[in-house]
Ligand binder design. Structure first.
Ligand SMILES: Nc1ncnc2c1ncn2[C@@H]1O[C@H](COP(=O)(O)OP(=O)(O)O)[C@@H](O)[C@H]1O
Ligand SMILES: [Mg+2]
Length: 403
């Protein structure tokens, strides 16, 4: 909180006090540097209200109207000394360009791919007369994320060295937050159990996920929008019904060379059938559905959606279809995912095979707690697009796990 380094990072488990620390840091900065323009980000617009504004009011609510004000329409916290704190969503990095900031703080910086937003914000640190600072607060994510690269390895992906005095890392465990009750901690620990997820989500550690399903997935390579005006020869959607877990709809478009572009996703926890039907209106009418969700498929069919049963529900086939598409041939993958699909990107980057205690990696199920619905929806669509699944010989199934 008090680090004066140019880019401090506070990495901790869930509820480790990161959002609180970031808000307090911004408050102190605004207070101590009259006229400063500061920007606090979180990944999405709804999260601004749910995470930052909520925390801000809980910490400083008593000072409202005296020490600060909140201009809802501008999503800006104002101070009588002329300092302002803009609350923005990093999912829209273009809206951050053109600012002239003294400081910024990115909360939940490891969710989806916010590297571009970080770079954009870095370039905006140019308000004259202020000690420039840009901090991040987040739970860690694997050892291939840009956060790990910058703050643990002090390197960029191309190997360029970063100054360790600028990139200062502070790590904390969830239980270090003395404001959490013992009951709450116990329930968290019970729900994560003795898993790698516990190390990441509670201990705040950067974990190498042994058994990662798609080690070849690289956001720098596979995340890309199709060129404007690109002509497609086929489009299909995949749908996986989630009940209390997220339901997912994925749109795949196939270009003239056979490459697949995932152009859109819809992803929602506890979605009901009405909401799903509504969402389907924006997707290709030909939708390949979770073969086990018969009732849901029939409901969609009765409602006019071209819902069909996906060809197979075989776990290894799903993994293999996606893995083969991600593989590079002559430097290019067979599948690109638009940055508009953060949940699919997140799932593919983190899906990990389950491991039995002290035993081998199982290759027929995911680590408990993994979300795989966007992945499944993609696999159902690929079963239709990929020759192997349409009656020709199935692809050779080669499961791979790193390390
Ligand atoms: N310094 C603090 N003072 C008061 N409450 C705190 C403090 N640090 C953390 N908390 C409480 O701990 C909880 C988790 O903090 P939060 O910043 O939301 O965690 P994170 O962002 O790491 O998930 C919140 O309910 C918050 O009120
Ligand atoms: Mg938080």
């Amino acid at each position: 909180m008090f680090s004066a380094a140019r880019h401090p990072a506070m990495i901790s488990g869930r509820r480790g006090g990161k959002t609180v620390a970031s808000c307090v840091k911004a408050f102190l900065y605004a207070h101590e540097h009259p006229g400063a323009l500061i920007c606090l980000t979180v990944n999405t617009y709804p999260a601004i209200r749910d995470i930052i504004v909520k925390t801000w009011y809980s910490l400083f609510g008593a000072g409202l109207g005296k020490m600060w004000d909140y201009k809802v329409a501008d999503a800006t916290i104002t101070f009588p000394n002329g300092s302002n704190i803009l609350l923005r969503a990093s999912e829209d990095p273009d809206k951050l360009r053109g600012l002239t900031l003294a400081a910024f703080g990115m909360d939940e910086a490891a969710i989806s791919n916010q590297h571009e937003a970080f770079q954009v914000l870095q370039a905006t640190l140019s308000q004259v007369g202020y000690p420039h600072q840009g901090w991040v607060t987040t739970t860690p994510k694997g050892i291939r994320s840009w956060i790990y690269q910058r703050w643990v390895k002090n390197q960029l992906k191309d190997g360029a060295e970063l100054d360790p005095e600028e990139y200062v890392l502070m790590q904390a465990h969830t239980r270090d937050n003395t404001y959490l009750t013992a009951e709450y901690m116990a329930s968290l620990e019970a729900s994560y159990g003795d898993t790698k997820w516990a190390q990441q989500e509670l201990e705040g550690e950067f974990v190498a996920f042994e058994g990662q399903a798609f080690p070849e997935f690289d956001e720098n390579v596979h995340v890309k929008s199709p060129p404007v005006g690109m002509k497609f020869k086929r489009e299909v959607a995949g749908f996986d019904w989630g009940n209390v877990r997220p339901s997912a709809i994925i749109e795949c478009q196939q270009d003239q060379t056979g490459r697949v572009w995932v152009t859109r996703e819809w992803y929602k926890r506890r979605a009901d059938l009405g909401e799903i039907l509504n969402a389907m209106g924006d997707f290709p009418n030909r939708v390949y559905c979770d073969p086990t969700a018969k009732e849901e498929r029939e409901f969609l069919q009765r409602s006019g959606v071209g819902a069909r049963k996906a060809r197979s529900n075989d776990f290894a086939l799903r993994v293999s279809l996606v893995g083969r598409r991600l593989a590079l041939v002559a430097g290019e993958p067979g599948l690109y995912i638009s940055p508009d699909c953060p949940n699919l990107i997140e799932e593919i980057g983190s899906l990990t095979y389950a491991k039995q205690r002290g035993q081998d990696i199982l290759n027929d199920k995911w680590e408990p707690g993994s979300d795989d619905h966007a992945f499944d929806a993609l696999a159902y669509a690929l079963m239709e697009l990929d020759a192997g699944a349409r009656g020709r010989p199935l692809p050779t199934i080669k499961l791979q796990w790193g390390h």
